[in-house]
Design a protein. Structure first.
Length: 330
């Protein structure tokens, strides 16, 4: 999105995010179902919460770009909505308990889920202050944290373990398969570069350097994104394909690969709620944080101008996003 606003000065940013949103909802959800070794069980609240936030964010973005112009206050409103979303997540447990208390008499899935968990944990975590016997909820039920620790289950799944063992093979170990050996040789320059610049905080020696690991990972993701956008823009201009189409297809799938890997790994651990929250939460972040480059452009760089956005395909965009979220919920 930053590159689309400041460098290429086209619609490649917003088209990538729209295409990525559709791919996330349909493609990643399908990958989780196909590649997980078990059926994932979903609970009502995380799905309802995330899809409601996503619907609001889509409506906000479509309303802002409908006149082909983005003003500084419109971009600021997107950032404000995202801030409200984060605050709501901070009080997620209280809100979910309140909503479930109100809906539990008329929602059959809530009663079924509570009955199943009651058989496993007969007398744990129940509140006696109401006749509805609402189960005490935790962040695990909201698709946020792991059962047995305060660490993010998503990051633990991506790492494999909290700490890496010294017996594990080095990244410089040559694979045995011929095909893997060819790929390893081709990617060796990148492996060396990342190994030198990013400390592996899973090892004991680098354990306290986790913020440097996080920062350098973000830097390299940004660098790879710049190269990706640059190459896709050049290919699109060479083949006379509009930026919007290239963003909706190639860039959308390419930038969603990390989300795909993360959601599939979590789904294979049986955390379906977390996998789905990762998918929809990523879309909410993408939609609302479009306002950040727009706000910087209109409020600080060119204060007397607006960001021009091509919304001629607005009906197609809105219908595609609507159909994808309806299919996802169904």
């Amino acid at each position: 999105a930053f590159l689309g606003v400041f460098v290429t000065k086209g619609d490649i940013g917003i088209s990538t995010i729209v295409g990525s949103a559709v791919y996330n909802l349909l493609g990643i959800c399908a990958a989780c179902g196909l590649l997980a070794s078990m059926a994932g069980r979903l609970t009502c609240w995380p799905l309802f919460r995330d899809c409601l936030a996503y619907g609001i964010s889509v409506a906000a973005v479509i309303g802002i770009i409908s006149d082909n112009k983005v003003f500084w206050y419109e971009a600021a409103c997107l950032l404000l909505v995202y801030g409200v979303y984060i605050v709501v997540l901070c009080f997620d447990l209280r809100i979910s308990e309140f909503v479930l208390r109100k809906l539990s008499p008329c929602c059959t899935c809530l009663g079924t889920g509570s009955a199943e968990k009651c058989e496993t944990h007969p007398l744990m975590g129940w509140s006696d202050d109401t006749s509805l016997r609402v189960r005490g909820r935790s962040r695990t039920d909201s698709g946020i944290f792991q059962d047995d620790s305060g660490y993010s289950h998503l990051s633990l799944s991506l790492h494999g373990l909290n700490e890496i063992t010294e017996e594990q093979r080095s990244v410089f170990a040559v694979p045995e398969s011929d095909l893997k050996r060819i790929l390893w040789v081709l990617s060796l320059p990148v492996i060396i570069l990342l190994f030198i610049t990013i400390p592996d905080c899973r090892r004991r020696f680098w354990k306290q350097w986790f913020m440097i690991t996080f920062f350098m990972s973000a830097v390299w993701i940004s660098a790879f994104t710049y190269v990706l956008v640059w190459m896709v823009t050049v290919v699109g201009e060479t083949l006379d394909i509009p930026d919007t189409v290239m963003g909706l297809t190639l860039l959308a799938a390419g930038t969603s690969i990390p989300d795909t890997v993360a959601s599939v790994m979590v789904a294979r651990e049986g955390k379906a709620d977390m996998a789905m929250s990762n998918i929809v939460g990523s879309n909410v972040f993408d939609m609302l944080c479009l306002g950040l480059p727009w706000f910087i452009k209109t409020a600080f760089v060119d204060t007397n101008t607006t960001v021009e956005v091509n919304s001629t395909g607005l009906i197609f965009i809105s219908s595609t996003l609507l159909l994808s979220i309806v299919s996802f919920v169904a």
